[in-house]
Design a protein around this ligand. Structure first.
Ligand code: HEC
Ligand code: HEC
Length: 331
């Protein structure tokens, strides 16, 4: 994870070299160099620091026990390792906790895309009765009573004060700095041929050709930011609940990033696939043939070594990020 400076990594000098197919493909997977921040909430170090405190502070919840990090745990690739999230008073939520890695590049949030910015998203889990169960207006009162928070808000958002809007802005700023670090795959894209195995390189090709994965898991963050029904068993309509007339949106969910994916089992919006191997088997079978299923999904007929190669490739997307220090919380 890169905290602090709005720099994502230094892998700019890649070897494009000859015009082989693989080199061209690799080009499409180069990491960006900076993190995008919106014009109405630009990055400052103070905003990031304040947002980190709020993210890790259980006092933000109604019970005083649950923080964002309870479910988005840095030690579990910013997820919770559960098939379905556990919220206020141990209530089981209907969906799995997605990672918050690389959300700075997202343009809609939640599995069904119902929030259009991180700022808009942040107050959702705070107020949801089954998540953090906290009335945002009461939260403002609670935080204003703490001198430490009052001062930090004044420094981070001078003149704007401590409001639900600045709480959301600070949290969103912190979230944008949560970026997956340089993985072996990135080193290979940048020109180090020995960074990943020959099997993983073959997996990258299978991913981009025969297995069609890159139709949706595109670019350095391995997502098109769009919604698809991949034929996975579920009773959840996903984006279809928001767009009931669009046949292709029934059971459609946002394409998740594949960064650090081997650290985030179990998989899919409902956490019902235990391993990456199970996910590959689903795609190989082509999932459930129903009217909403994406046109990109169909039986693939992958050979055993194709599947192994895909798995080896996906494991190269994991970065060795250092431990995250939980900030000292204000009083
Ligand atoms: C009880 C567990 C829980 C807590 C606490 C929680 N979240 Fe989440 N978070 C989830 C689940 C589950 C989803 C997916 C919900 C959905 O898609 O309907 C989610 C989705 C998100 C997303 C969208 C990610 C994406 O891929 O679109 C972001 C961002 C996020 N949470 C940030 C936060 C922040 C910030 C907090 C604290 C203010 C927080 N969460 C607290 C469980 C939790
Ligand atoms: C039609 C678009 C599409 C294609 C093609 C596709 N995926 Fe996905 N992928 C998705 C969506 C959408 C989800 C989430 C589905 C859900 O939760 O029901 C997903 C989920 C996953 C997950 C689980 C990630 C997580 O955090 O839960 C993995 C791993 C994955 N895909 C890998 C692959 C591989 C490997 C291929 C090629 C064999 C592939 N995908 C092809 C769209 C696609």
């Amino acid at each position: 994870m890169v905290l602090g400076a709005a720099l994502v990594g230094g892998s700019s000098g890649m070897a494009v070299g000859g015009a082989t197919g693989v080199d061209e493909l690799k080009h499409a997977y180069r990491r960006p160099v900076t993190i995008p921040f919106p014009a109405d909430n630009p990055y400052t170090r103070d905003r990031e620091r304040l947002g980190a405190m709020l993210f890790f502070d259980p006092r933000v919840s109604g019970s005083g026990w649950i923080s964002c990090a309870t479910c988005h745990n840095p030690g579990l690739a910013w997820g919770d390792g559960l098939p379905q999230a556990m919220g206020h008073a141990m209530q089981k939520l209907s969906r799995r906790t997605p990672t918050i890695l690389n959300q700075a590049w997202g343009d809609s949030f939640f599995w069904d895309g119902r929030a259009s910015s991180l700022e808009a998203q942040a107050l959702g889990p705070i107020s949801a009765p089954h998540e953090m169960n906290q009335d945002p207006t009461l939260l403002v009162v609670k935080l204003r009573r703490m001198e430490g928070y009052r001062t930090l808000f004044e420094i981070a958002y001078p003149g704007e004060g401590l409001t639900t809007a600045t709480i959301a802005k600070a949290i969103a700023t912190f979230e944008r700095t949560v970026v997956s670090g340089i993985a072996p795959f990135d080193a290979w894209v940048a020109g180090d041929e020995r960074a990943i195995s020959e099997q993983a390189k073959r997996g990258f090709l299978v991913f981009n050709t025969k297995a069609r994965c890159a139709a949706c898991h595109r670019g350095w963050n391995f997502t098109d930011g769009s919604f698809h029904d991949v034929g996975h068993e579920t009773s959840d309509l996903g984006r279809g609940a928001l767009l009931p007339r669009l046949a292709l949106m029934q059971h459609a969910f946002k394409t998740p990033t594949l960064r650090n994916v081997d650290r985030r089992a179990p998989y899919m919006h409902n956490g019902t696939l235990a391993t990456l191997r199970d996910v590959v088997e689903l795609y190989d079978r082509g999932g459930i043939d129903r009217p909403s299923r994406s046109r990109e999904i169909r039986p693939l007929g992958l050979a055993a070594e194709d599947k192994e190669a895909l798995l080896a490739f996906m494991r190269t997307l994991t970065s060795a990020d250092g431990p995250v220090t939980v900030p000292e919380l204000p009083r």
